[in-house]
Design a protein around this ligand. Structure first.
Ligand code: AFP
Length: 343
């Protein structure tokens, strides 16, 4: 790609703002600050053991999960970078029980930023792909932002209310996927300049696929519709599907979703007998919703099996949901099995 054709993230956002008024100046600033935070996180991860950032932090998050040092460091990078710009009213993170308000010494903005600062933490110490997932909402007028506890209410909006969503994936290259409601664009980090450069636009997911992603070790706990669907995939060409299927499971949602955006597929993290009480494994507000919007913007579908993820009315900031997303026809088939569980 010639340098002349390099369209950086900044230019892409300015052109979107200019041609389609899709990205007001404050939202453009917010996205650029998040992107720069992801570069900082990528550099920190890249140092590995040499940066002293591997291993456990010795603390737990609200989910009761042991935090890795990089979970905490990534969270701090995003908080520090975003609190002073004047574009945010508050931030929420997988790593914090309550939202973080913008300190009074800084101007308050109109947006809410949610993030999973480091998704796929169990992959860190084995040098597998990990990522950062983010979602942007507008802060409703007239909400009580007088305390962190009160501010939770402002975040409880359906995924359809998102104004921007994306992820960074820290793999062999560092990539940023972004949607502001006009398709999905992909940017590659130019490590020499530190800029994200547009390398793909209008990503699309084929409605059909022969590749699925699920953690098979949970199979005995799944509900009947998922048992039936996956059993049919495993039967291959001798079964009702009439073709063989391949399986991939990176155990980092960002990496599995990225693969689906690039070459298609279907991803499942169903709720099961063990997680039904909690609602599932993946978190709605900063994992399922941003990923569901990206997938739908690329022509795919995203469901709990019983409802469109983006339509869900959140009750809690850290609420969990079952997730089925990717190739439209596969999601539709699995949703139909949920509608006819006794077949
Ligand atoms: P961690 O961040 O704790 O590694 O969890 C990652 C994740 O939330 C999501 O990114 C993966 O798709 C899923 O969990 C992997 O879950 P399993 O480890 O149960 O396969």
């Amino acid at each position: 790609m010639s340098h002349a054709s390099h369209i950086t993230l900044s230019r892409y956002l300015i052109e979107k703002q200019r041609e389609k008024q899709l990205i007001p100046a404050d939202l453009r600033l917010l996205i650029e600050v998040v992107a720069r935070s992801c570069v900082h996180i990528a550099v920190t991860i890249g140092k590995g053991a040499l940066g002293g950032a591997l291993g456990e932090a010795g603390s737990e998050n609200i989910q009761g999960e042991a935090q890795k040092k990089l979970d905490v460091i990534s969270n701090e990078i995003l908080l520090d970078a975003n609190e002073w710009g004047g574009h945010l009213a508050a931030m929420a993170s997988e790593e914090m029980p309550l939202p973080r308000l913008i300190p009074h010494r800084y101007p308050q903005g109109e947006y809410l930023l949610l993030f999973d600062p480091l998704d796929g933490s169990s992959n860190i110490d084995v040098n597998a792909s990990i990522g950062t997932i983010f979602s942007v909402l507008k802060c409703p007028d007239g909400v009580d932002m007088s305390s962190e506890a009160a501010a939770e209410q402002a975040f409880l909006q359906p995924g359809t209310a998102q104004v921007a969503a994306g992820y960074a994936i820290y793999g062999p290259t560092t990539l940023l996927a972004l949607t502001v409601g006009d398709g999905v664009a992909l940017f590659t980090l130019d490590r020499e300049s530190g800029a994200f450069v547009l390398t793909q636009e209008k990503l699309t997911i084929p409605a059909e696929t022969s590749e699925f992603a699920v953690n098979m070790s949970n199979q005995r706990h799944w509900e009947a519709p998922v048992q039936r669907y996956v059993a049919e995939l495993l039967q291959g060409r001798e079964g009702v599907r009439g073709r063989d299927f391949n399986m991939r499971w990176v155990a980092a949602m960002v990496a599995d979703v990225h693969r689906i955006l690039i070459r298609g597929g279907v991803f499942m993290y169903p709720q099961d007998a063990r997680t039904r009480e909690k609602g599932g494994k993946l978190r709605l507000m900063y994992e399922a919703n941003p990923m569901a919007w990206l997938i739908e913007q690329a022509g795919g579908a995203a469901s709990t099996g019983r409802a469109r993820i983006l339509d869900l009315a959140p009750a809690k900031l850290h609420q969990r949901v079952p997730v089925i997303l990717g190739a439209k026809h596969e999601v539709e088939r699995l949703v139909s099995y949920h509608a006819k569980p006794d077949e």
